[in-house]
Each structure stands twice: as C-alpha cells, then as structure tokens.
Ligand binder design. Structure first.
Ligand code: CA
Length: 407
C-alpha cells in the first residue's frame, strides 16, 4: 500500500540522500545488519544516503529477525516512524549515524534456508536450447516454478572473496572424471528475497496470503561451476556446482519500498497454459526492477557492463514462488532466502550469466583490455547492481553485490 513514505517530494536532513542518483533516498530505507566502528555487537541499521542509521539505538529494535518476524502492518508502521525521524532534523539523531564507508556490513540475518528458482523463461529457454535444440523447455516449466535447494551455510555477504571451487569434471567422455579446480566458473544475476513470518508445517500459503510472508529483496549472485554441474546434475539437479558460495548484497529493500514499482509483468502468450488455480497470480504481483551485471578483470581500472535485464520479465512471480514452495505444506521460516533464478531477457544483451552470454564459451566476451572471457578467471570481480524507477516516484537502488574470484 502506498503511504506518505513514498511521497517523491520528501527530503531528508541527511543531504547525501537527496541526490537524484542516490540509491538510498528517504523513500527507500533498506535494512541491514552492521557493526559500528569499534563496537562489539552487530545492530540493525537502515541506509540513508551514504550513512547508516542505528535503528537499534533509535527505535529499540534488537535485530533484523525481530523485524522480519513481525506482521506486515507492524513493519509498515516502523517504516513510517523511520521516515518521519529522518525527515525532521534533530541534533540527537546525528550521533546515531555511521558513514557507510566505515560500517561493517554483515549478512542481514542467519540464512535459515536457501532455495533457488529458475523463473526466467528466457534463461531457461537459452540454457535448454544448448542441450535440447528442438524442445528447450521441459514439460513442467509452464506449470510450476522449478527450483533446487541451495545450501544456506554457503551464502556470503557482498565483498567476500570467492575461492574457485574444486570438483569432479568429466571433459573426456572416454576417460574417468578428474578432481580439480573448476575451469568453467560463472556468475548468475539474480534477485533474492527474504521470507518473513513462517507457516506451520502442513499448512500451505495461499496466493492471497503470500505477500504477508515476504519481507524484502536483495541482489544475489548464484556462482556456478558449469563443468562440475554438467557432470553431477543428473538426475537430482545441481549440488556441489552451486554450494561453494552464493553472494548477496547487504541491504534488504523492503516490499513496502517496492510498492510503487509493482506491475503486471510480462504477460503469458495466449497459447501458454494458465496457471492452476492455486498459483493464479494477482493483477500486479510483478516488480519492475532493473538488474545489471558488471565485470572487472584484474587489469581493468573500471568495470564494464556485461548485461542488463528486468525482474518484470520473470515467468513466475515471487508470490507464486512462495505459494508453490509451501503448496505441499513445507514450512517457510523467518530469514529464509529465495533466489529468483538467473534473470535474463529476450535479447543477447539481457543474458544474465556467461554460459548464456558466451553461449557455452563459443562466443567469447571481449574486454576493453583486449582480454577475452568465456568463463571467469582468477582476479575477476563481478558486480551486480539493481534499481527501480517509475513516473511520479523517487528512484531507489538495491546497492551492489560484489565478489572477486581467488585461485
Ligand atoms: Ca541460479
């Protein structure tokens, strides 16, 4: 629901929040868990411009879990209080700010579960076409949001170096597999979403209640070792090719902040089946969120943009993912993480991973230094970015999600 916190004329006394290109204007107010300089314990924070407000000190909320487990109405009320606090100057409030550059940003919460979907039909079609040119999509794709269970313990916060994984690969079909460092390391440009209040085991979440279980979103990079994946994935899906690291951005951009950017999403072609009744979406369940992937090799001064896509092009909405996930009675828990799957669009410039972008390495990417990339090399940094824009509203950003590959 829109309220006074979305008013585009609202300004903060934290001047850096009022710049037109700021990711964190007062209309955004994303949460993070952070440590103030020389402090022992992490606290709950909210981003405002280039500062972090200590929400624990200002509002007495001990942790992000307390916020995430609260009903939707309570979270919206806290947002209104923070918005008022940051729009009306008070001398006491300045001591509650930490410059973002000196704040230690941590994982938002202990990741309770991690499931990664496969909701971009453009991504699924591209990848499917590489292996099954005649029928890229499997028969279930248009009936349910496909997913695999990830490993919560391997989710890391942006900035954490990612060590190239070792695993079994079988490049030579005539010989045995070998165990060694992955030579086809990839990123995946995704949106992550945190679940809020859970459901009891055995009690599915219907579509019209799904929004009550969604807290907010972040950027998510589902690092993937394609050579390990190719050898291990049949018949039970990805396993060690994914569970060595998944990076997320530290900011939880709330569903309340995303409200102005709801949209109908890319409509299903008339020839496609309508979802079964229990997965029937609402009128504006999709979100207009632009995502970008940038790459910087060790020799590059500045990163180059590799791709751009939009969450609104997903075939399945976040609400459908929550409802489908719980449709067998599986409990969602506070602090669970759901990945959208690689967000690709219809064009080559919209391909959200190198597997697609270089078409399994057959169309290498040229970097400004003259280097070429089929997959990631040691020293490469991948930076994901995201933001929302809509007429009549302030632009908001998701920050960025970074990771450097180490050997
Ligand atoms: Ca993925």
């Amino acid at each position: 629901m829109l309220d006074e916190t979305h008013d585009p004329s609202l300004r903060s006394w934290v001047e850096s929040a009022n710049r037109p290109d700021a990711d964190f204007p007062i209309q955004n107010l994303p949460f993070a868990t952070f440590r103030r300089p020389e402090a022992e314990n992490p606290v709950l924070g909210v981003a405002i411009g280039d500062q972090v407000l200590d929400v624990t000190e200002a509002f007495g909320i001990d942790s992000i879990e307390t916020l995430m487990s609260a009903p939707r109405g309570r979270r919206a009320e806290l947002r209104r209080r923070i918005s008022r606090f940051l729009s009306r100057p008070s001398s006491a409030a300045e001591t509650m700010l930490t410059p973002m550059a000196s704040a230690e940003l941590l994982l938002p919460c202990e990741i309770r579960d991690y499931t990664d979907f496969y909701a971009s039909i453009h991504h699924a079609t591209n990848v499917g076409r590489m292996f099954r040119p005649d029928s890229p999509l499997l028969p279930n794709y248009k009936w349910l949001p496909v997913a695999y269970h990830g490993r919560a313990s391997s989710v890391v916060v942006s900035g954490t170096p990612v060590r190239r994984p070792w695993g079994q690969t079988a490049e030579n079909p005539a010989g045995p597999p070998i165990y060694g460092p992955s030579r086809r390391l990839d990123y995946e440009l995704e949106l992550g979403m945190f679940t809020g209040p859970g459901n009891a085991i055995g009690e599915p979440i219907p579509m019209d209640h799904a929004a009550g279980h969604m807290v907010g979103v972040c950027l998510l990079n589902d690092w993937s070792a394609r050579d390990i994946q190719t050898w291990e994935y049949q018949p039970l899906g990805p396993f060690l090719s994914k569970s060595f690291a998944t990076s997320i951005s530290p900011w939880v951009v709330t569903m309340e902040a995303l409200e102005p950017f709801r949209c109908a999403g890319e409509s299903r072609p008339e020839s496609d089946p309508q979802p079964l009744p229990h997965l029937s979406p609402g009128a504006a369940d999709a979100f207009d969120i632009t995502l970008e992937a940038w790459l910087r090799s060790a020799r590059m001064q500045e990163p180059m943009r590799v791709s751009r896509s939009n969450v609104s092009s997903l075939y399945w909405t976040l609400a459908q993912m929550v409802t489908h996930h719980s449709s067998n009675g599986c409990p969602m828990r506070t602090g669970g993480l759901i990945g959208s799957g690689t967000v690709s669009g219809p064009g080559k410039e919209n391909r959200g991973c190198l597997l697609e972008m270089t078409w399994r390495g057959t169309e290498p990417l040229e970097l400004p230094t003259g280097e070429v990339r089929r997959f990631l090399e040691d020293g490469d940094e991948v930076i994901l970015r995201g933001w929302c824009e809509a007429p009549g509203f302030r632009r908001i950003g998701l920050g960025d999600c970074r990771g450097v590959i180490t050997g």
